[in-house]
Design a protein around this ligand. Structure first.
Ligand SMILES: C[S@@+](CC[C@H](N)C(=O)[O-])C[C@H]1O[C@@H](n2cnc3c(N)ncnc32)[C@H](O)[C@@H]1O
Length: 195
């Protein structure tokens, strides 16, 4: 895993932290044949990790600072197999799926290599409806707002996905005189949905 401090940052753009990236990547269970769409790529933390393993990555964000930060990180880590798309996933996801689905979703065998990671959740209902329409088999999502995580789980469950729900709180040890004091970060809900 890449250390958080090794990513190029813009203070207005979030970065998924190393431990959350590690568990989310494990849930994606990536192979070198996978094509992954990262919805809401932010600083590109997940995008870089995904593209390092997968055959191809697509990164979408509707914030220009996020697009610039992701591009800067892709260049820093010398990632060449990623297409970065500026816009809202509500529109851009379907365009990508349309373009790649003719070759990729043709057979059951190849459809299993198309995976989606959701790091940004604006317009989530529309996005999940597109995901379901294209028969995506693996979806992993991170949310900081518990309600959004539960909403995603509920919608995907209604689309007949099997849901695995985790709430992860990472605490970091800070040295004080008498020992280590643990400092907790915000809990993150990680939803894995599979068909
Ligand atoms: C928490 S950040 C993602 C951090 C990222 N996973 C990383 O490792 O750096 C969420 C991002 O999702 C974007 N976002 C939220 N909803 C979106 C949508 N519907 N379409 C495109 N981008 C979206 C936001 O602009 C923000 O940059």
């Amino acid at each position: 895993m890449i250390k958080d401090e090794d990513f190029i940052r813009n203070e207005s753009v979030p970065l998924t932290k190393e431990e959350i990236r590690a568990l989310s990547l494990s849930k994606l269970n990536l192979t070198h044949d996978d094509i992954v769409i990262d919805i809401g790529c932010g600083s590109g933390g997940m995008t870089v990790e995904i593209a390092t393993i997968a055959k191809k990555a697509y990164a979408i964000d509707n914030n220009e600072d996020a697009i610039n930060t992701t591009n800067a990180n892709l260049e820093k880590f010398d990632i060449k197999n990623c297409e970065v798309i500026s816009g809202d996933a509500k529109e851009e996801l379907e365009k990508i799926l349309n373009n790649i689905s003719s070759e990729t979703v043709k057979t059951e065998e190849t459809a299993k290599n198309l995976k989606i990671f959701i790091g940004g959740t604006q317009n989530i209902e529309e996005i999940l409806s597109i995901i379901n329409k294209y028969g995506i088999k693996t979806v992993v999502s991170n949310t900081i707002v518990v309600n959004t995580g539960l909403k995603i789980a509920e919608i995907l469950e209604n689309y007949d996905y099997e849901i695995d729900l985790i709430n992860m709180t990472v605490s970091y040890g800070r040295r004080i005189k008498s020992g280590y004091m643990m400092m907790a970060r915000n809990p993150i809900t990680i939803i894995t949905a599979k068909k």
